[in-house]
Write a protein that binds this ligand. Structure first.
Ligand code: FMN
Length: 194
């Protein structure tokens, strides 16, 4: 990928947002994404399927760049090395993605952006969804009960110990964490470069 050419005329630094295949809080995450300036979205293969199952679409502002998971090497992540992102948000994060992040596995687009953000010290917010022993969650045809496993709960706790990583467990806390990054952004001298 030619990152410099791809970034011509693109405002930066940007928010990066990784969407994973969680039905839980999928719609709420999309709503928050729609409020953000200068946004790139990384869509896991499972997320692309879940979007269709919930009859949602990625209707986002024209300047939002959407990267789908089509390469084995997660090619779009290289932009992290060029200071393109000031913040990464992984929301909603499936228990699968959380487990892989905790184990240091980066084998798809979502887990790769998490790993590269960590290696480039880009502050990251992860909205872990399987965080209570019993939860109501929205299936494509309505609400159902799920009982996250001990390993899911333990992985969420482990992720909280990662450097530069804020783990949130509710929409309110996700909103607050994103708002904090927006407030921080306003204190920075940003020049939209091309
Ligand atoms: C309709 C639907 C809803 C799902 N919701 C969740 C969920 O809320 N939480 C979760 O951890 N996995 C959920 N899954 C399972 C994940 O999509 C699956 O584990 C997938 O492999 C995750 O891949 P990813 O982490 O790369 O996005 C759901 C699957 C389907 C089909």
């Amino acid at each position: 990928m030619d990152y410099e050419a791809d970034l011509k005329g693109v405002a930066r630094p940007r928010f990066g947002w990784a969407l994973t295949g969680s039905g839980h809080f999928f719609k709420e995450s999309l709503e928050i994404m729609r409020t953000l300036p200068n946004l790139d979205v990384f869509v896991s293969k499972a997320a692309a399927e879940v979007i269709r199952m919930y009859k949602q679409d990625l209707e986002l502002a024209a300047d939002v760049r959407i990267f789908k998971d089509t390469t084995a090497s997660a090619a779009p992540v290289g932009a992290f090395y060029y200071g393109v992102y000031h913040t990464l948000i992984v929301a909603p994060a499936t228990s699968n993605t959380v487990a892989k992040c905790v184990a240091g596995i980066s084998d798809n687009l979502a887990t790769n952006v998490f790993a590269q953000a960590g290696k480039c010290r880009v502050p990251t917010i992860v909205f872990a969804c399987d965080t209570a022993p019993e939860m109501d969650t929205e299936a494509p045809k309505g609400m159902v009960k799920v009982y996250p496993r001990r390993i899911d709960l333990d992985n969420t706790e482990k992720l909280k110990t990662f450097d530069d990583t804020t783990v949130v467990e509710s929409v309110a806390d996700l909103n607050a964490a994103v708002a904090a990054r927006l407030t921080w952004l306003k204190t920075q001298k940003i020049s939209s470069s091309s």
